[in-house]
Ligand binder design. Structure first.
Ligand code: SAH
Length: 213
């Protein structure tokens, strides 16, 4: 009997050409990674990657990069991409805190934040991906007309985010407390978490924000 080589998630990540390893060396050079100058949209905290994979299939002239800190979920996105081999989709396993060391000013056109960790304790507020600390980091990598698009089921985190936007000198473009019963639902691509929460009848909040320039 032949023993199947069951790889651990770290080995799969190390072996995949869709995972960029020396990400800080790519700062200002992402065009070379994709082999074209198309706009780059990223998702921070992409989990198993269903949203970004669907986006990359639907929009072949947009380049996508999925960022996720945990190997155990990232591996699911990699497995799917190894089957699909989409030329406009790459992943990075990293903690988003040093995002401005990975992308140069103006290199990113859009940042998607889907069902980000709530960090409910006040003393952890700086870790929330929509905190003013993170918005300041996003300012360093976004194009002038760049957008942050944030979806969550967590009303407390959403209200906190609505407050942080003007505090960081950003501007709200639009928002809804109930995406699936609003006009904004047209063209919405569901994430894994979103499908679960919508199935449970929970309303989904969404906001779009841009820098105030
Ligand atoms: N976006 C997916 C997963 C949501 S769960 C969906 O909507 O279905 C949130 C994910 O973000 C988790 O996988 C978590 O590991 C990741 N994450 C949270 N904070 C992060 C950070 N600072 N850097 C990188 N990934 C992060």
């Amino acid at each position: 009997m032949r023993l199947r080589n069951v790889k651990g998630s770290r080995e799969v990540i190390a072996a995949s050409r869709y995972v960029i390893k020396n990400e800080t060396e790519k700062k200002g050079r992402w065009k070379e990674v994709f082999g074209n100058g198309n706009r780059i949209h990223i998702e921070i905290g992409m989990g198993k990657g269903a949203f970004l994979t669907t986006m990359a299939q639907a929009n072949p002239y947009t380049n996508y990069i999925g960022i996720e800190k945990y190997s155990s979920v990232l591996i699911r996105a990699i497995e799917k991409q190894e089957e699909l081999e989409l030329p406009n989709l790459y992943f990075i396993r990293m903690e988003a805190e040093y995002i401005d060391e990975v992308f140069a000013p103006g290199e990113v056109g859009r940042i998607y934040l889907n069902f980000s960790d709530p960090w409910p304790k006040d003393r952890h507020a700086k870790r929330r991906l929509t905190s003013k600390e993170f918005l300041n980091r996003y300012t360093k990598i976004l194009t002038e007309d760049g957008l942050v698009i944030f979806k969550t089921d967590n009303r407390e985190l959403f209200d906190f985010s609505l407050e942080q936007i003007p505090e960081a000198g950003w501007e709200l473009v639009d928002y809804t407390y109930d995406l699936h019963n609003s006009a904004y639902v047209k063209g919405n691509i569901m994430t894994e978490y979103e499908a679960k929460f919508v199935g449970e009848g929970k309303p989904i909040c969404r906001l779009t924000a841009k820098q105030n320039r």
